[in-house]
Ligand binder design. Structure first.
Ligand code: ZN
Length: 325
C-alpha cells in the first residue's frame, strides 16, 4: 500500500491553561510560538485539548475555538484530534438528557476548531469528580446498584447521540483505552461499548502507554480497533502497572507508571507497533501525546521526535526489515 510508511505525524500543541480554578486561553504569542515550532518541523497536524464544560472558563468556548482555529490556520496547521471531557452516563434508570445535552454542546464547540476526531475517556460518570479515584469510586457505586451491562447500555445510547451530532461536522468520536485507570476502557469493556454503539464514526483512540502500562501489547489494541482506529496517543513507559497495582480492579493513574516518555525511552517494541498500523492499514496521522523531546526547546524537540520515528520507519521498510533477535 503506497504511503503507509510516510503517515503524517501530530504532536501536542497547548492552547488552554488550567490554574485549578478556571480554563483560560493561552496568550496568542505562546500559541503562535508553538505553531511556528510545529510548522518548522514540517508538521501539518497538531493535537489539542481542553475545550469542555466540566470546569468554568474565562472565555466563550465557541469564540475561543474559532480563535484557536484561526491561529493554527496562519501556520497551515489543522487539528487531528481535540481531547475533550464529557460525562458519558448518569446512573441507569436516571434521566440521561443532561448528559446528552453536554455532549451536543461539546460537539458544537469543538466543531468550530474542526478536528478530525474528538477524543475522550469513555467511563466518566455525570457529576463532579475531584480525581481519577473519584471517577472510579462513583462508577463502582453505580455498578453496585445496577450492573456493568446496564451502564454500557446507557453509555451506548448517549455516545450514539453524540456520534450522530459529530457526523454532521465530519468528526469522528474516538474513545480512549485506559486499561484499569478508568472505567469502560479495558479490553473487556471498551470493545463491548464501541460495538454496541455501532455508528460508523464512533471508534477508538489507542493510547500505547495505557496498554503497555498493564502489559497489554499495543498491537492487540490496534487489532481490536481495526478500521475504527481514528486516533493514536503514542508514548512510552516501562510497563510498571502490574507491579505498582497488584490488586484487581480500577486504580488511579500515577506518573511513575504512565510515564508519558517519548517512544524509545520505555520498553514498547515500536517496530511491532508500526507493523500493527500497517496491518490494519491505518491512514494516519499518527498522534503522539508528547510536546517534543526531554530537555530541549520545543522546535528542536519536535525535530528529534520526527527524525526518530522516520528513522525507525526506514529501518523497518521492505528489503531492510529488522528481524527480532
Ligand atoms: Zn492518552
Amino acid at each position: 500500500m503506497p504511503g503507509t510508511n510516510e503517515r503524517d505525524l501530530a504532536f501536542l500543541l497547548d492552547v488552554i491553561d488550567w490554574d485549578g480554578t478556571a480554563l483560560s486561553l493561552k496568550p496568542d504569542s505562546e500559541i503562535r510560538a508553538q505553531c511556528k515550532a510545529h510548522a518548522d518541523a514540517g508538521l501539518t497536524w497538531v493535537m489539542t485539548g481542553g475545550l469542555h464544560f466540566e470546569e468554568p472558563a474565562t472565555f466563550d468556548l465557541v469564540e475561543g475555538a474559532r480563535h484557536i482555529c484561526r491561529l493554527l490556520d496562519e501556520y497551515g496547521l489543522r487539528t487531528a484530534s481535540h481531547h475533550t471531557i464529557v460525562p458519558v452516563f448518569a446512573a441507569p434508570g436516571e434521566d440521561q438528557s443532561a448528559v446528552q445535552d453536554v455532549m451536543r454542546r461539546v460537539v458544537a464547540v469543538c466543531a468550530e476548531l474542526g478536528p478530525r476526531s474528538l477524543v475522550f475517556h469513555p467511563g466518566r460518570p455525570a457529576g463532579r469528580h475531584e480525581s481519577g479515584a473519584g471517577i472510579n469510586a462513583t462508577y463502582e457505586r453505580i455498578v453496585a446498584a445496577s450492573s456493568v451491562d446496564a451502564v454500557i447500555d446507557v453509555a451506548r445510547a448517549n455516545v450514539r447521540v453524540m456520534g450522530r451530532a459529530a457526523v454532521e461536522h465530519d468528526m469522528f468520536i474516538a474513545l480512549e483505552n485506559l486499561g484499569r485507570f478508568e472505567p469502560l476502557a479495558d479490553l473487556d469493556t471498551l470493545p463491548r461499548l464501541v460495538d454496541a454503539i455501532d455508528e460508523p464514526n464512533v471508534g477508538y483512540c489507542i493510547d500505547s502507554g495505557h496498554a503497555h502500562a498493564f502489559g497489554t501489547p499495543v498491537t492487540e489494541w490496534l487489532d481490536v480497533a481495526g478500521a475504527r482506529l481514528f486516533e493514536t496517543h503514542f508514548h512510552d513507559n516501562h510497563a510498571g502497572g502490574k507491579t505498582a497495582y497488584p490488586q484487581e480492579g480500577l486504580v488511579e493513574s500515577a506518573p511513575s507508571v504512565d510515564e508519558h516518555l517519548p517512544p524509545g525511552f520505555g520498553t514498547i517494541d515500536w517496530r511491532d507497533v508500526i507493523q500493527g498500523l500497517d496491518r490494519i492499514a491505518f491512514a494516519g496521522p499518527v498522534g503522539f501525546e508528547l510536546s517534543g523531546w526531554p530537555g530541549m526547546p520545543l522546535g528542536e524537540g519536535l525535530a528529534h521526535a520526527v527524525a526518530w520515528w522516520r528513522t525507525l520507519i526506514r529501518m523497518g521498510s521492505p528489503g531492510q526489515r529488522l528481524t527480532k533477535q
